[in-house]
Write a protein that binds this ligand. Structure first.
Ligand code: PLP
Ligand code: COI
Length: 352
């Protein structure tokens, strides 16, 4: 396939302090762009990273037709690799369907992405725990104020060298339930990776931070009891010998890390249950001494141990506020697969 490549005149890489990357603060020299018009997508084009010129009546500014993805490229002893990238573009297409947007051809976009990462390979950082975060996103690009789906769309992929997502690094995070706010209701947008879900999360997350927590632990919209997920990660609890996580019922993001962690845990003989479970069950298990560990899973968050949860006036500390052995073992295994220091026994890695 013909991918047109226009190279940046000069690289900006010299201006980046790779010892202090943060998360999503620097952007590599190039980006991928595709346009949808007249019922078809253009071929991917790689162009210098730069500003977009858009009309103030851009429909997605007004009505939020905007979806995105998040995956990473890893630097390994044997070269560069992506982790289950096809899953991200298949999820992008499911988000697209929910938001009335056109699907992309997964192979075409993936081929474009591989070209982009190869071109910007110097931007894939080298230090432990670092990676090149890849952000594909798509938005309605027609200009009008009527409330309807756009006719034209733009897909862009930008990349950013990153370190740890949480300032806590691999240290346990503290979560609190959001005191009445909800993220997604049945039939809503919860399982789509769309901007609106993150917009809904900002105020509760701000309030949580003001109270000294890293993120919100979302409860279901109907009963305000069932645990769903956190701001940027799915959540799992080790209760007795059962690893429990919320089912995919339409209100949470079907995390790729979630699915991978469940598969790894099952391969170790751990009982994994995707079932509804409540905040009361977790607090009772804590009181009864059977709540052994809790952690979040996500591309950006990797495995993030959860050391403390507050719900109303009640608080529990999990595993003494320390990283538990299962979280550590899962972290070592999944990052080992991603960074090529452990065998890719599930065939998840795409070397590029
Ligand atoms: N839940 C939410 C709300 C997220 O933003 C993310 C991050 O993408 C996840 C869960 C984890 O998904 P994944 O493991 O595919 O990155
Ligand atoms: C991810 O893990 O890819 C995310 O999307 C998390 C966040 C940066 C929104």
């Amino acid at each position: 396939m013909g991918i047109k490549v226009t190279k940046a005149k000069r690289s900006r890489i010299g201006s980046v302090d790779f010892d202090n990357l943060g998360f999503g603060e620097h952007f590599s020299d190039h980006m991928l762009s595709m346009e949808y018009a007249g019922g078809a997508w253009s071929a991917p084009e790689i162009v210098p990273y730069g500003k977009l010129s858009v009309h103030p009546a851009l429909c997605s500014f007004h009505y939020g037709q905007l979806i995105f993805e998040g995956l990473k490229a890893y630097r390994r002893p044997d070269g560069l690799a992506l982790f289950r990238p096809r899953q991200n573009f298949e999820r992008l297409n499911r988000s697209a369907a929910r938001l009335c947007m056109p699907p992309v051809d997964v192979d075409t976009v993936l081929e474009g992405l591989v070209r982009l990462v190869r071109l910007d390979r110097k931007w894939v950082p080298r230090k432990e725990g670092q990676s090149l975060y890849i952000r594909p996103f798509m938005f309605g690009s027609s200009n009008f104020l009527g409330v309807r789906a756009s006719d034209a769309y733009r897909l862009l992929i930008i990349t950013s060298p990153v370190g740890a997502f949480y300032k806590a690094g691999f240290n346990p995070v503290k979560l609190c339930t959001p005191g009445g706010y909800i993220r997604a209701a049945p039939g809503g947008l919860g399982e789509a990776k769309t901007a609106a879900n993150y917009a809904a999360s900002l105020l509760p997350a701000e309030e949580a931070k003001r109270r000294g927590f890293h993120q919100v632990l979302w409860l279901d919209a109907r009963k305000n009891r069932y645990i769903e997920e956190s701001g940027a990660m799915n959540v799992m609890f080790l209760i007795g010998d059962e690893l429990v996580t919320a089912p995919l019922d339409g209100t949470i993001l079907p995390g790729i890390t979630r699915e991978s962690v469940m598969e790894i845990a099952r391969s170790w003989g751990i009982k994994v249950s995707e079932r509804p479970f409540t905040i009361d069950e977790v607090f009772a298990a804590s009181k009864g001494g059977t709540l052994r560990e809790a952690f979040g899973t996500g591309t950006a968050a990797v495995i993030s141990p959860i050391g403390e949860i507050a719900h109303g006036d009640a608080r529990i500390v999990i595993n003494g506020g320390r990283t538990g052995p299962l979280a550590q073992r899962l972290y070592d295994e999944i990052t080992g697969i991603q960074y090529g220091t452990r065998p890719d026994r599930f065939g998840w890695v795409m070397r590029i």
